[in-house]
Design a protein around this ligand. Structure first.
Ligand SMILES: C[S@@+](CC[C@H](N)C(=O)[O-])C[C@H]1O[C@@H](n2cnc3c(N)ncnc32)[C@H](O)[C@@H]1O
Length: 228
């Protein structure tokens, strides 16, 4: 991943979470702490009333220098948010859908969370709905020649169903500058699966349903791939 593209995703996460930052804010799976440092900077420069904590399961992944622009960062070795009594906002990014769902289920339950899974975001959306989370906002950011899907969720009832839920209900309702490119990518992916799966198989049926769904969206032609 180029730094520039990785940064676009982190900036999209920051943009989504910024209006909701207050109280205890946890960057779960903070790894090298890049996002944690950006959150620290945001809180400090905007004078927000919040404490940012980076949580990382693997101690060796945490940065040696735990400071953001010279200001100390709070980080802990933990499985998700375990060990914290209260969390207002969490960010869980760069993890698979099942890991994200497990972390949310273990709690403590935040008032809002921004989540991102590099793959199988359809599985994530389905699992979030089943676990009692509603998708409030969605956005796309360029990453690795495709689009990272970023979701903000709150406890509640998600009413969307079927492929609308799996593709991104708020993306479809509110649009996104990268929506056409994203839909084209999803279409290419499932067309490839449909072409290689034996007709009549579960995989072929699933892929064909996706292709039919995307065809029915009637989105404008996407720009050239280089715009990603
Ligand atoms: C691919 S990195 C993503 C880093 C950063 N969040 C991002 O989006 O760029 C995933 C990180 O999550 C950590 N992780 C995975 N499961 C975790 C858990 N249950 N609790 C805390 N950290 C976890 C991994 O050790 C790894 O450092």
């Amino acid at each position: 991943m180029s730094k520039k593209k990785g940064l676009a995703r982190l900036q999209a996460i920051l943009k989504m979470v910024e209006p909701h930052i207050h109280g205890v804010v946890v960057d779960v799976g903070c790894d090298h702490g890049q996002l944690t440092a950006l959150l620290h900077d945001l809180v400090r420069t905007r004078g927000l009333q919040a404490t940012v904590i980076g949580s990382e399961r693997m101690a060796h992944r945490l940065p040696r220098n735990r400071s953001a622009n010279g200001y100390p960062m709070q980080m802990m070795v933990a499985d998700g948010m375990r060990g914290l009594r209260h969390v207002d906002v969490c960010i869980i990014a760069g993890m698979g859908p099942h890991t994200i769902l497990e972390i949310l289920a273990a709690g403590p339950k935040p008032k809002t969370a921004v989540v991102h899974s590099p793959d199988r975001t359809d599985t994530l959306r389905r699992g979030l709905k089943a676990a009692g989370w509603r998708i409030v906002e969605e956005s796309l950011a360029p990453e690795n020649e495709r689009c990272a899907e970023i979701l903000r969720i709150e406890p509640g009832v998600e009413v969307s169903t079927g492929h609308t839920l799996l593709f991104g209900p708020r993306l479809l309702e509110h649009g996104d500058p990268l929506l056409a490119q994203h839909a084209a990518f999803v279409h290419r992916h499932w067309s490839t699966v449909a072409a290689s799966a034996p007709p009549g198989s579960h995989g072929h049926t699933r892929a064909t349903e996706w292709v039919t769904f995307i065809d029915g969206l009637q989105l404008p032609e996407p720009g050239p791939p280089s715009s990603l």
